[in-house]
Write a protein that binds this ligand. Structure first.
Ligand code: AHR
Length: 334
């Protein structure tokens, strides 16, 4: 559906999400809205929410890429971290007859039915960030995102080298893990990657594992309770930076010294994590790159040109710790 004006589309989506309606009316081909900007590619983006600094950077990347100057009309939907909201958003995009649907899925499963509806509507579906588990992978066109399992493994590889460098390689180490949203690829992959590597180290003991939903305030609460229950925590692995920040706050409130008495490991490597590393509170952050806007746009451009696209594309990611944080900080863009 080329040529619908963005204001009209966003208005329709907002009306729909406010009223909870399922059926939308649309401007006719001759309506004033449809006469302008005829060649713009209309992209419906179903975002998860705004749960973390990473997510905010991801939204910014999408918004600054899918602009009119770049040839796009963006219809943005914030799912507020709820699967049902994302399903509703996809159905709204079908009603709006957008040209492409882009989904950052909150969890992996449950998508088969709505994806089949998208396919029946002949709308190419691109998935970014987290992945999905569907019976038929022809239901989506392409995926681009992170290798979350490898991120989890990298975190424990870093811990091994760090303890080795401190002469503590054989010490008994109690570990607490704060998971992200249960059932999300970021949680599933990191939990699995961490577990695989921990299994190789008999002196590492995972004494508690709890979800804080990738949210800083929840992590502060969860960590506060864990600190009361467990005296000898040597390492906290938070599955994102914001949960690490919450855990650090809880440690300080409990009179512990994060980064020293308790090693703190996290994921994402957002700007604030570099500041926490420079302050000595956070030991390491395994990068998870949120800048998917240009990557998704490249897929769409190729599809528009009739060129083949990769079905799955993993992005390159690094590991940053207190050793290299100062040098890397000026180059961080999120
Ligand atoms: O899916 C990526 C994860 O989601 C990031 O690690 C986290 O910060 C975000 O909420």
């Amino acid at each position: 559906m080329r040529g619908y004006c963005r204001i009209g589309l966003i208005f329709l989506v907002q009306i729909c999400s406010l009223s909870g309606c399922g059926i939308l009316s649309r401007p006719t081909e001759n309506s004033p809205e449809s006469t302008a900007e005829n060649d713009l590619i209309v992209v419906g983006f179903a975002q998860i929410g705004a749960e973390s600094d990473w997510r905010v950077a991801n939204t910014e990347s999408i918004m600054s890429t899918f602009t009119e100057e770049n040839g796009f009309e963006l219809v943005f939907n914030d799912g507020q971290q709820k699967f049902e909201n994302q399903v509703k958003a996809l159905r709204n995009f079908i009603q709006l007859e957008v040209d492409y649907i882009v989904l950052a899925p909150v969890v992996e499963t449950g998508w088969d039915t709505v994806f089949a509806e998208v396919k029946a509507a002949n709308i190419p579906l691109i998935i970014s960030d987290r992945f999905v588990e569907v019976k038929d992978d022809s239901l989506y066109t392409a995926w681009v995102g992170s290798d979350f399992l490898s991120e989890g493994e990298k975190a424990i590889d870093w811990l091994n080298s760090y303890l080795e460098s401190q002469g503590r390689a054989d010490e008994e180490i109690n570990i607490v893990e704060l998971q992200g949203t249960l059932g999300s690829t970021a949680e599933i992959g990191r939990t699995e990657g961490i577990a695989r590597k921990l299994a190789e180290k008999p002196n590492y003991h995972l004494i508690a594992i709890e979800s804080a939903d990738f949210i800083q305030s929840k992590a502060r609460e969860v960590m506060g309770v864990l600190l009361q229950k467990h005296n000898e925590i040597g390492v906290v692995i938070a599955q994102n930076d914001n949960m690490a920040f919450g855990a650090i706050e809880a440690m300080k409130a409990a009179g512990k010294i994060p980064g020293k008495e308790i090693i703190v490991i996290s994921f994402d490597a957002v700007r604030a994590a570099f500041n926490a590393m420079l302050a000595g509170d956070l030991n390491v952050s395994v990068e998870c790159n949120p800048l998917h806007g240009p990557r998704v746009a490249e897929i769409i451009r190729k599809l528009e040109a009739g060129e083949p696209v990769e079905k799955k594309r993993y992005v390159d990611e690094a590991v940053f710790d207190q050793e290299n944080a100062a040098e890397q900080l000026p180059a961080r863009t999120y």
